[in-house]
Design a protein around this ligand. Sequence first.
Ligand code: NAD
Length: 491
Amino acid sequence: MSETKTDQDSVGNYIDGQWTDATGSDGMDVVDPATGETLSYVGFSTENDVDDAVRQGQKAFESWSQRSIEERIQPLFELKTLLEENIDELAELLVREHGKTFGEAKGELRRGIENVETACGMPTLMQAGHVENAAPNIDETAVRKPLGVFAAVTPFNFPGMIPLWFLPYAVASGNSFILKPSERDPLTAKRLFELIDEAGFPDGVVQLVNGSVDTVNAILDHDGIEGVSFVGSTPVAKTIYERAAANGKRVQAQGGAKNHIVVSETADLEFAARKSVSSALACGGERCLANDVICVEESVYEEFVDLVVDIAGDQTVGHGLDGETDVGALITPEHEERVRNYVETGVQEGATLVLDGRDIEVDGYEDGNFLGPCVFRDVTEDMVISREEIFGPVLGLMPVADVDEGIDVMNASDFGNAASLFTGSGAEARNFRHDARAGNLAVNAGTAAPMAFFHFGGQKDSFFGDLHAQAEDVVRFYTDETVYIERWPDA
Ligand code: NAD
């Protein structure tokens, strides 16, 4: 059992430009998943803490929303510079509390910075439209206006990137913003807010409130919050969507996933196998974009299975700060246990475990939450391991008659976050683009992750709402359009 550290090591809230302790009686240790060492303690915020942040946010909104857009994006330019200057230190912190590799941590921070850069284009993103002579002698103009205080509730798996899918756009468009990060790895957000403090936002415009379920419920129920962005598991996303909507709020709720790859016999098989393994195993498989069911045309199935087993078997499991490591630690012992149970379920269901990473031992890190890559072959559509999100380094291979059958398999999934096709045929690529039902589709790329200047969001049980994260979609989420109709009879 880990020992709780003293108050100065704890993670506080950032409200009205000041660091303060959450006043709730609950909290939890922040633990390094690779070593089991306690890094810090995060206290949970009460309804009063949330209310305090909302009031300060409302106060700040009055003047912030009146500033010119040019003025509002200046702190974001500063934040970009600070993030660039501190990226290595942030990445190391992220590895320590999350367990992924240093390269993966740096990569996610890059994607976060990309969102800050994109939001600096707010003078263009906020433009809505103008038509002269919309009716005889009448001109009409649509104007996007900020609404007030918004909040985002984010998951553990990308603590450096996901808050930045929302924060820069919310504030550049003139709103104030409250972040409630995952309680499992809140140190990256804490450091991010230290940089935000330096970047020069007025007090109350950007705030941090730590906590768990009760804190989230206080956000969902607070009258002063206009809208909530959520990213996390599907059952929670659905609850958040329903509760926030019932309270009259805007809500965008991104949920869990189960993503597929289809491999055509026309594909470059070696390339497809490398990309498939990296898609399934990167960040220990703890990614909503991990493609972990690979549907392979029968004619090349045996060859592809051998390639995948070889490549996955070559991955080095270890501490994320060790340069040799390909697959880091899983977030908690409980989550490791959950993933191991899925592996056992796969065996019980009759899939063949051709690579078994369950006996992994990482020298010097006996208390870490490690699981080596596990590869199943002959997975079928009805198996639990091909239907439910596992969120670990586990990959399933399924033979299909042709690419069309592979697309049918992915379309039958309850989820629709992402999908990839590996092919050498333009006709197959076109059919995939037209027929596959997922929010992010990739051809000859293992992970369908859009750049920040495109929106990011899934379909089916992977998303509840309409406007997604990032880019213009999220700007529309954070603004309301007023239409001005103008006539000057003397003109
Ligand atoms: P989670 O749902 O357990 O937690 C997400 C957030 O919700 C956290 O801040 C947590 O404090 C809060 N929360 C948890 N339970 C709650 C409850 N009952 N009521 C209110 N709030 C609650 O998710 P996680 O384990 O942190 O993250 C992993 C999940 O997130 C996976 O399912 C993954 O697919 C998903 N995810 C989705 C996307 C996407 O874009 N669709 C991106 C990243 C992660």
